[in-house]
Design a protein around this ligand. Structure first.
Ligand SMILES: C[S@@+](CC[C@H](N)C(=O)[O-])C[C@H]1O[C@@H](n2cnc3c(N)ncnc32)[C@H](O)[C@@H]1O
Length: 306
């Protein structure tokens, strides 16, 4: 891993640049350990097996997942990322989603600065709605891995899945974020529609992501289970969906851990919430602590947009 360099990232509240020692985990985003490990495992094993191909990411934000994808490029392979960054969304629902979750912190230049902290060259950047990729600018069958993590709206995700289907080569893998979150029913609908009517085969489910293929799901599961995940502190379970096996992977919760670390649920909530909501949560928790300590009240508010 290259030594961290001075990098420009937006500050939590103002979006202005400040220098700091940036680490991969210091990049704001929603890409958590279990998925970092699953991405790294699949991509490493693909390379080890001589499976070459490009990598595509729809929805990049400040680069937390793109930086890891870039780690796995082999000579001749290309990473393409597609994101609106600071551009306008094409429709009102998408614009509302952008305002609520990303606008305060996201700029293309902040992404580029973050990415260049860890890699010598930028990926190919498509700054546009992911729907532009329906023009097949990503050559059919050229990719080995596609990460879909952009709009949460059903119509958009259904289109993104079609892009992935055309772009992926034999036994290529697609990872879809937020397939089961309460606030993203459109993603769930698009994912399970692709499974039941579009030939997408589930490979792996983590708390945040669905992994699937239009190729040989059992082979990919063999690759996945080639690692002893339990020894690394994960739980591994198997389910069947309409007769097809799917693996589930997540962190093991040790008995008594919740008692021993009373702040664990709070830390988990802070980890899982979008950064803007996290800031609001921190302010709320601080206000409660102040009240308990008898300190004067400071105005606080709760909103998804922080
Ligand atoms: C959840 S964030 C991506 C997080 C990132 N993959 C990570 O792991 O940190 C979603 C991103 O999708 C982008 N986005 C939302 N709607 C989009 C659309 N229709 N087309 C392209 N990008 C979109 C947003 O700008 C935002 O950067």
């Amino acid at each position: 891993m290259p030594a961290p360099l001075e990098a420009a990232v937006p500050t939590a509240d103002t979006g202005t640049a400040r220098p700091q020692q940036l680490t991969r985990d210091g990049i704001p985003g929603w890409f958590f350990k279990v998925d970092q490990e699953a991405f790294a495992h699949f991509l490493t094993e693909q390379s080890a097996a001589g499976h070459t191909g490009d990598i595509l990411e729809l929805g990049t934000y400040l680069g937390r997942s793109a930086v890891l994808l870039g780690d796995h490029l082999r000579p001749g392979e290309q990473l393409t990322v597609c994101d609106l960054f600071d551009s306008e969304a094409g429709d009102a629902d998408n614009a509302a989603e952008m305002t609520m979750s990303y606008r305060k912190t996201l700029t293309r230049s902040a992404f580029e600065a973050n990415y260049l902290t860890f890699h010598p060259r930028l990926p190919v950047i498509v700054q546009a709605p992911t729907s532009v990729l329906a023009d097949r600018r990503i050559p059919d069958g050229s990719c080995r891995f596609v990460h879909i993590d952009a709009s949460h709206l059903y119509e958009h995700v259904a289109g993104d899945i079609e892009v992935a289907r055309a772009a992926l080569g034999e036994n290529g893998l697609v990872a879809l974020d937020d397939y089961r979150s309460e606030h993203t029913p459109g993603v769930s609908a698009a994912v399970w529609q692709a499974v039941f009517t579009g030939g997408l085969r589930p490979v792996l489910l983590t708390p945040m992501k669905f992994y699937g293929t239009w190729g040989d799901a059992e082979e990919l599961q063999r690759v996945l289970l080639g690692r002893d995940w339990r020894a690394g502190g994960y739980t591994v379970d198997e389910d069947a969906i309409a007769g097809a096996r799917v693996v589930r992977l997540k962190y093991a919760v040790k008995p008594g851990a919740a008692q021993a670390h009373r702040s664990a649920p709070r830390r988990l909530a802070l980890d899982l919430l979008p950064p803007v909501a996290t800031r609001a949560t921190r302010r709320l928790l601080q206000a409660l602590r102040d009240r308990r300590a008898g300190r004067p009240a400071v105005r606080t508010g709760w909103s998804r947009a922080g």
